[in-house]
Design a protein around this ligand. Structure first.
Ligand code: UTP
Length: 271
């Protein structure tokens, strides 16, 4: 099935990166010479996406400025095929609310969502792989996490499982270690049916007093189903300092010259 549109929710506060994110959007933090949002954009572009919708807010203008530059200085894509739209989230009320803000731009077709702070390193586009395997239900990328980390994620309970996918029985946002039904954690890649907007519209705030996308996915399981896609590649939580640092090192190690610098530096630390 063709998926033409992607939403990039970039309206979050990025409190884990205070104070820099008081003035710089988290999505503009860099892995070497490119900001996180650029990697997300490349992943969507190579998946054949044509419309890029950014849900932005106060203080995030540098994202628009950045893509103005990329649009006029890149040969990688044609502006005849691609369009860029920006919509505001007036206050950060959660990921589900950010997605809802783009309702009028999506209309009635399935669409992709990419959280730029989840960087996935792989030679194939993660969202592209999801599109190829899309079955018409709501779909989220999942990875196996250690039991102690389940309370950082939306966790899927398994109805049926194959090599590539999990059919979810339920999903729970940030469960406690005791209550988690599995270790299948959702990361920031989704393909959603447009009916999710009707659910999000009426959803009450959940965990952290935010409108949670996971709560909408749970509510829609009886009518639309929920599939977890076991993506390939390495994922870095660049919403955290540890994850961003690891991503910078990971990407550096792929470059001969930078890899040498990292190795020398690490060598100099050894006793
Ligand atoms: P996070 O859960 O990482 O929240 O958002 P955050 O505010 O960005 O960061 P912390 O936890 O305070 O450090 C996941 C994704 O959802 C977007 C974020 O920009 C990020 O891409 N988001 C989150 C929104 O667009 N709006 C929101 O209200 C919340």
């Amino acid at each position: 099935m063709k998926i033409r549109k992607v939403i990039f929710p970039v309206g979050g506060l990025g409190t884990r990166f205070y104070p820099i994110t008081r003035a710089v959007p988290k999505e503009m933090l860099g892995i070497l010479d490119k900001p996180l949002i650029h990697y997300a954009f490349e992943e969507a572009l190579s998946a054949g996406i044509e419309q890029f919708i950014f849900v932005t807010r106060h203080g995030k203008n540098s994202i628009e400025d950045y893509f103005d530059y990329i649009l006029t200085h890149s040969d990688d894509f044609s502006t005849d095929r691609c369009s860029f739209c920006y919509v505001r989230q007036s206050e950060p009320r959660g990921l589900g609310h950010a997605v809802l803000c783009a309702k009028h731009l999506v209309n009635d077709e399935p669409f992709a969502v990419i959280s730029a702070d989840d960087y996935i390193s792989h030679d194939k586009s993660c969202i592209g792989e999801m599109i190829q395997n899309y079955d018409g239900s709501n779909m989220a990328a999942i990875m196996n996490v250690s039991k102690k980390d389940v309370s950082k994620y939306g966790i899927m309970d398994v109805e049926k499982e194959t090599d590539k996918v999990v059919i979810a029985k339920s999903v729970d946002e940030k469960p406690s270690v005791e209550n988690a039904k599995s270790t299948n954690a959702i990361v920031g890649r989704y393909i959603l049916t447009h009916e999710i907007f009707d659910v999000l519209k009426d959803l009450k705030p959940g965990v952290k007093n935010e409108i949670q996308l996971t709560d909408a996915l749970l509510q829609m399981i009886p009518t639309h189903g929920l599939t977890g896609f076991k993506f390939e590649g390495e994922r870095f939580d660049c919403g955290s300092k540890e994850g961003l640092l690891s991503a910078v090192l990971h990407v550096s190690m792929k470059d001969k010259k930078l890899a040498g610098i990292v190795k020398n530096f690490c060598g100099s630390l050894e006793p």
